[in-house]
Design a protein around this ligand. Structure first.
Ligand code: TXA
Ligand code: MG
Length: 315
């Protein structure tokens, strides 16, 4: 199969209307989309990624009014999050409507809904005319793609279309928030943090704040090994010696490098760390790096999401 790279969202939407899949950029990571109402199209996503059937997909929408079509209940907390943070890098879990086929939600009675803020993504979804079910556009187990070249690397010749977009602004996947009860719980940490949600007056349970690992087990995807480069990832705080053929990523400029370090990335701040993490993993794999030293950061704010991804990559 020829993989078409395009800037034309209408051309890309044509594939979705034709029961095929298309990869598209968002502000978090690239997604691999299919018509959420089309069971056969959605099954292609699972097959292509090698994704376990019990791991549900996020349904992407272009307009807030579409939430009512997908969800049977939007409580006050959900409404608040949607009002403040849609469109943006956050996904809400709501009670689902019958209209969504079981394959999308892995048989759960809930549905994950997200409205991306990246303009190309919004326009593409609008052009599809249907909600778009999409996981991250990577092979199951490999790091999420933050550029169209990453998608091409995993799916060239296997999917019909990739929309060319910018490097992902945030670089890690959306914050997933279970909004099925009035006190919301973060199932997957992201750029929108628990602190931020709380400061906006949204009720977030204390446990999700401190005990992210236990809570994430409720989001089926979190039980699988994820985000992993082929290289071994070591989380370090003040590493002084480096093994041969290794790489380093972190935010501290103070780290002294040796000649064993083949690749290094000094990030300006936590945002920059998150933005570059997955692309750095992929670059290391391309260059045959054996060990990636990743700097440990404080588990606070965005640091929680970064450490969540690092722990998964190193496990
Ligand atoms: O930023 C993102 O969220 C990207 C872009 C493409 O939107 N998408 C993404 O999808 O990261 P994926 O499939 O890689 O991760 C979705 C996560 C999984 O951990 C999945 O288990 C969880 O969301 N999830 C989906 N539906 C759920 C549900 N009904 N209940 C609990 N967790 C759910
Ligand atoms: Mg994923």
């Amino acid at each position: 199969m020829q993989t078409k790279l395009t800037n034309d969202i209408y051309e890309a939407a044509g594939y979705i209307k034709d029961s095929q899949v298309t990869a598209f950029p968002t502000e978090t990571v690239y997604g691999l989309g299919a018509n959420a109402y089309d069971e056969k199209a959605v099954s292609k996503i699972f097959r292509l990624k090698g994704r376990p059937q019990d791991n549900p997909l996020i349904v992407h929408i272009a307009e807030k009014k579409d939430i009512k079509v997908l969800a049977s209940e939007i409580n006050n907390t959900a409404a608040q999050i949607i009002k403040e943070y849609f469109p943006g890098p956050i996904t809400v879990i709501l009670k689902k409507n019958e209209i969504i086929p079981d394959i999308v939600t892995a048989g759960l009675d809930t549905i994950a809904v997200r409205m991306p803020s990246l303009k190309i993504a919004k326009n593409f979804i609008k052009a599809c005319g249907v909600p778009v079910a999409a996981p991250s556009a990577n092979l199951s187990g490999s790091p999420s793609p933050t550029s169209f070249t990453h998608v091409l690397k995993d799916f060239a010749g296997k999917i019909p279309c990739i929309i060319i977009g910018p490097q992902s602004e945030y670089g890690i996947e959306s914050t997933v928030v279970d909004c099925t009860s009035e006190t919301a719980e973060i199932l997957r940490p992201g750029i929108i943090t628990a602190e931020e949600l709380r400061n906006a007056g949204i009720k977030i349970s204390v446990s999700s704040f401190n005990d992210i690992n236990i809570k994430t087990a409720r989001s089926p995807g979190q039980k699988y090994r994820h985000y992993s480069p082929k290289a071994k990832v070591k989380i370090v705080s003040s590493q002084k010696t480096f093994e041969e053929n290794s790489a380093y990523i972190g935010i501290s400029p103070a780290v002294k490098f040796t000649k064993n370090i083949k690749l290094k990335k000094s990030c300006r701040n936590l945002y920059d760390y998150a933005k570059n993490l997955f692309s750095f993993f992929r670059e290391c794999d391309d260059k045959g790096i054996k060990i990636i030293y990743a700097e440990k950061v404080e588990e606070k704010g965005i640091g929680i999401a970064i450490m969540n991804r690092l722990k998964k990559a190193s496990s």
